[in-house]
Ligand binder design. Sequence first.
Ligand SMILES: Nc1nc2c(c(=O)[nH]1)N[C@H]1C(S)=C(S)[C@@H](COP(=O)(O)OP(=O)(O)OC[C@H]3O[C@@H](n4cnc5c(=O)[nH]c(N)nc54)[C@H](O)[C@@H]3O)O[C@H]1N2
Ligand SMILES: Nc1nc2c(c(=O)[nH]1)N[C@H]1C(S)=C(S)[C@@H](COP(=O)(O)OP(=O)(O)OC[C@H]3O[C@@H](n4cnc5c(=O)[nH]c(N)nc54)[C@H](O)[C@@H]3O)O[C@H]1N2
Ligand SMILES: [Mo]
Length: 809
Amino acid sequence: MTNHWVDIKNADVILVMGGNAAEAHPCGFKWVTEAKAHNKAYFMVVDPRFNRSASVADFYAPIRSGSDIAFLGGVINYLLSNDKIHHEYVKNYTDFSFIVRSDFDFVDGIFSGYNQEKRTYEKASWDYELGADGFVKTDPTLQDPRCVYQLMKKHYARYTPEKVESVCGTPRAKFLHICEKMASTAVPGRAMTILYALGWTQHSIGAQILRTGAMVQLLLGNIGVAGGGMNALRGHSNIQGLTDLGLLSSSLPGYLTLPSQVEQDYGKYIEARTQKPMRAGQMSYWQNYSKFHVSLMKAWWGPAATAENNWAYDYLPKLDKQYDMLQIFEMMNEGKVNGYLAQGFNPLAALSNKDRVRSGLAKLKFLVIMDPLATETSEFWKNHGEYNDVDASQIQTEVFRLPTTCFAEEEGSVVSSSRVLQWHWKAAEPPGEAHTDIHIMSELHMRLKALYQKDGGKFPDPIVNLWWPYAQPHEPTAAEVAKEYNGRALVDLVDPKDPTKVLRKAGEQVSGFGELRDDGTTISGCWIYAGAWTQAGNQMGRRDNSDPTGIGNTLNWAWAWPANRRILYNRASCDPSGKPFNPKRKVVSWNGSAWGGADVPDFGANLAPETGAGPFIMNPEGVARFFARKGLNEGPFPEHYEPFDTPLGYNPMHPNNKQATSSPAARVFPAIWDTFGAAKDFPHVGTTYRLTEHFHYWTKHALLNAITQPEQFVEIGEALAQEVGVKSGERVKVSSKRGYIKAVAMVTKRIKPMQIEGKTVHHVGIPIHWGFKGLTKPGFLANTLTPFVGDGNTNTPEFKTFLVKVEKV
Ligand SMILES: Nc1nc2c(c(=O)[nH]1)N[C@H]1C(S)=C(S)[C@@H](COP(=O)(O)OP(=O)(O)OC[C@H]3O[C@@H](n4cnc5c(=O)[nH]c(N)nc54)[C@H](O)[C@@H]3O)O[C@H]1N2
Ligand SMILES: Nc1nc2c(c(=O)[nH]1)N[C@H]1C(S)=C(S)[C@@H](COP(=O)(O)OP(=O)(O)OC[C@H]3O[C@@H](n4cnc5c(=O)[nH]c(N)nc54)[C@H](O)[C@@H]3O)O[C@H]1N2
Ligand SMILES: [Mo]
C-alpha cells in the first residue's frame, strides 16, 4: 500500500476493483465502514460478480474478467477529455510536459522495438528526449505533439464509453457514473483510494492493470495524500515481508536487484542502478544504491566481503533468465531440475495447470516439504481416485516431510500490507517433532557447509564463507536476525566533515538507512528495514496507538518502512510551496525551515521547496511517470490485450492484428501454446477466488472451518443454469483445455450474463479451497483448470480468466 489500512477512513471515494476486500480482508475492511460512517465516503465496486464487497457498496458495476485496462483506459479518456484533472499536481509532480523520443511509436497494438521471435521489446525508444545539459526536454505549454500529455491523450482517445461497454460488458451509464464519482476527487480537498488485489494482478496483463489504476490516481492528484493511494491488499500475513526481503527470484532484500549474466562487472552493475538526476535539483535517491548493497553483502559474508573482491560480488548468482514458479516447473518438465524444496508452499494446489505441475514433480529425484500439514503436494504421487488420478508405480521421486511450527509457536515480525512491521510473541510450544523454519534452515545450512568444507566443489566459497555470527548457530533467534536486517556499525563511524566526531560507535545499531555506508563499515540485511531495531530497542514491539492529529497515522504503533513513514510520497500532499492541498487532512507541510506534521516527511527534512526537488524521489526525474520510460515489458502506456483463453478470439482494440490479440510480451513457453482453449469448445469465462471461511488449502485441515464450508461448489448465474439445465445443489462438470473438475452447482443472481462485442458471455465462479487432503469432503483442485501463462513482468499466472465449459453431470 502507498497508504495504510487506517488511512482508508480518510477517503471521500473508495473503489474496490480487482479484489473483494469484504471477503478476503474482513478485518481491514472495517476502515471502509469507518469512511462511510464518519466521512460520508462513496463506495464503489467493479467486479464480474456481485460479491460480498458489492453487497455493502453504494454502487456496483459488472465487468468482464480480464478487461480492466479497457475500463480504466476509458476513465483516463473521460478525465482528460472532460478536463477533470488536478492541474497543479500533474503540472508539477508528473512527466506531463516531458518530450518523448521521436522514434517511439505505437501501431495497431504494437509499440516500437518489438521482436516477434523473442516475444520481447527492445526499449531504447521508450524514453524522453534529453537536452545538451543531460536533462529531459520539456514543453510546459503542453502543445508539443510529442509531450507525454499529448501522446497519452491520443493513446486513450480510442477508449470511448461505447468501446468500454463493448469490451468490458459494463453498461455505459454505469461506467459514466463511476467516472463522475472518481472525477469528483480531482479537486484539492477530496481524495479517492483504490483497494485492489488479485482480480488485477492474476492476469497476463496484471502489472499493466495496476499501472493504469495508478495513472488514474495521478491524474486526480490522489497519490501521497491522506485518503488516497494505490493500495494493494496483500495476501498471506507476511507476504509483504517476503517481497521486502527479496524472496522473489530476481530480487535482493530491500528491492535491490540481482545482476543478470551480462553484468559480470561490479562497477557496471552499481552504475546501472545509480541513476543521475534527469532534471536539475532532483534527489534521485537510488544514487545511494551502493551503500545499501555493500551493507547487505557485509551482512551476508562479513569479513569475506572486502573492497578487494568487490564485496564478494562473484558470490551473487547472475541471472540468465527469470526463475519464477512457472519457469521452475517448466524446467522440471524439461528434466532440468533434480530437487525441489517447498517451504510453506503447496504448488500442486496453488500453481496453474495442475497436470503440468504434477508431471514436473514426477521428474524430480527428491522433493522436500517444510510444512506443518500434510499437503496435496506431499502426496502428489499418490492415487486419490478422480481427485488425483495417478499411477504411483510410475513415480520415483523421493519425498521428505519436515514438520514446521506455525506463527503462534514462535516469535518474530510480520509485515502488514501497510508496510508496518509488528513483532509478535510465542504463544504455544510446537507439537511433536515440529521445528521452526529458522532451525531447519540453519541445520540444512550447517550440514551443507560441512559437506563443502570436506569435499570442496566447483565454487564452495559463497556457502563456506557465509557469515554466521549467532550465539547458537543451529538456531539463531528471531531477535538476532531482526537486529541484523536493521544493521549496525562495524567500526566507529565518524563525521566525514569532522573526523574527531563519532556519529555511531562500533557495534551499535544504526538508526536508519541514512547511516549506511559503502566502504564496508556498516552492515544491514535489508536497508528499508533500517530503523526497525535501533539502539533504543525493538521498534516493532511498540504498542502506543495515540494519534495526536486524528489522521490515523499512529507513528508510535510498531514501525513502518521506510523510516517509519506511513504515507509514501507525502510531499505530494502539498503544493510546490509546501502548503497542504487539503488543510483539513494535513499530512506534512513546510514551516519555513523544515518539513513536519502527522507523518515522517518523504523528503529531506530540511530540503526547501525552492530547490524544486520533486516528490517522487526514487525516480531520477523527481516526478511520477505516465510514460513508463523503459518500464514495464509490454509498453510505456498500458493497452488492452485479451486473456490467453479469450472468449472473443481477437482483440477488439485491434481486430485485424493477430499479433496483438493477447499480450505480445507475456510469459508463454513454446510447449504451452496448444494448451489454450477456444470459445467454440469452452464458451464460458471461468474465474477463481477465495471465501472468508477458508484460507487457501490449509484451513480445510481444521474442523470448524471444514464445517462452515464442507464441500466444493461453483457459482453460475441463473441464465447459464437454465441453458445447461441444472438446478442449485445438482452437480456439474467444469472443463477447460487442461482438465476438468466436478462440483455442486450454486445457482445465483449475483452473476449475470454480459454482452461483449454483441455476444452473450457467462462467467463461472470457482472458489479455490478444496483438495484431496484435510477434513472437508474431498474435492478437485481448482487449478486443474487454469492456464500455464504468466504476466510479462511478474510472471504471475493468469488465474483469474480462462475458458471453461459447464455441463450437468
Ligand atoms: N479468508 C481468506 N482471506 C484471504 C485469503 C484466503 O484464502 N482466505 N487469501 C489471502 C491472499 S494470499 C490473498 S493474495 C488475498 C486476495 O484477495 P482478493 O484479490 O480480494 O481475493 P480473490 O477472491 O482472489 O479475488 C478478488 C475478486 O476479483 C474478482 N475478479 C476476477 N477477475 C477480475 C477481473 O478481471 N477484474 C476485476 N475487476 N475483478 C476480477 C473476483 O470476482 C473476486 O471477487 O486474500 C487474502 N485473504
Ligand atoms: N486458481 C488460483 N490459484 C491461486 C490463487 C487464485 O486466486 N486462484 N491465488 C494464489 C495466491 S495469491 C497464493 S498466495 C497462493 C497460495 O498458495 P500456497 O501458499 O501454496 O497456499 P497455502 O495453503 O496458504 O500454503 C501455505 C502452506 O504453508 C504452511 N505453513 C503455515 N505456516 C507455516 C510456517 O510457519 N512455516 C512453514 N514452513 N509452513 C507454514 C501451511 O500449512 C500451508 O500448507 O495460491 C495461488 N493460487
Ligand atoms: Mo496471495
